[in-house]
Design a binder for this molecule. Structure first.
Ligand code: NAG
Ligand code: NAG
Length: 218
């Protein structure tokens, strides 16, 4: 009896904790700081901001202004000429811009800082590998930028089949070497590589369990 009571009391305590942390902005916070992630970069417009999780600032000045996401907060800062630093708070979705102080540890806050050295339009690139069929990201093969569309096939009319390659990366490199080549499809199952002059996204696009595609960024 006693043990059972203790267990249920403990269960109650745990759910009380879970409830007090559950807010509308938790999932937003987790997008940037979930799974043990402690920092990262976001790009808004032509500006790059680095962010640090669970960090506030000791000299919060302007605000707060409601911002539904960290990007929205960075956007507010970006559109405020004098703003290089801002803080967003998970607990209430508030954004403070134009701060000038020093970082301090505050759970649930995310401090963002403009990175003036980052090249505008710089994208975070991923490896030219499709581990996740939902990946839509920018990658690079031998210095050439490519937009990766994993688990997708283009309706490009008669792409040229170039034989088998051992990876999507080699298939992309095959295209890199061909003048006028702009898109590739690679079949993960049979390893065949297809290349084409067209921007594959202009044609019909369908989901595919075995085909990954990429379009050259020009
Ligand atoms: C794949 O990517 C999607 C979209 O980014 C994400 O929601 C999903 O959790 C990812 N799956 C795996 C297994 O990483
Ligand atoms: C595809 O094949 C045609 C005909 O052989 C050729 O003219 C064209 O350059 C090839 N395109 C690519 C991207 O390899």
């Amino acid at each position: 009896m006693k043990a059972a009571f203790l267990i249920s009391a403990l269960g109650l305590a745990q759910s009380a904790i879970a409830t007090s942390n559950a807010g509308p902005y938790n999932s937003v916070y987790n997008q940037y700081c979930g799974n043990g992630q402690s920092r990262g970069t976001i790009t808004v417009g032509r500006s790059v901001f680095s962010y640090v999780c669970d960090t506030g600032n000791n000299a919060i000045s302007k605000g707060p202004v409601p911002a539904a996401s960290l990007e929205a907060c960075a956007d507010l800062c970006n559109n405020d000429g004098g703003c290089d630093q801002a803080v967003w708070f998970r607990d209430n979705g508030n954004c403070w811009t134009g701060i000038t102080g020093s970082p301090i540890t505050i759970s649930g806050q995310i401090a963002i800082t403009r990175d003036r050295n980052a090249t505008p339009n710089q994208c975070q690139t991923v490896a030219p590998v499709c581990n996740n069929a939902s990946t839509r990201q920018v990658t690079e093969v031998n210095g050439q930028g490519w937009f990766l569309a994993c688990g997708t096939r283009f309706g490009v009319i008669r792409p040229n089949q170039t034989g088998k390659t051992n990876s999507l990366e080699s298939c992309i490199e095959t295209c890199n070497q061909r003048p006028g080549c702009r898109s590739v499809m690679w079949n993960r199952n049979d390893k065949y590589c297809y290349v084409g002059e067209r921007n594959g996204l202009e044609g019909e696009v369908t989901r595919s369990g075995s085909i990954d595609s990429a379009i050259k960024i020009q």
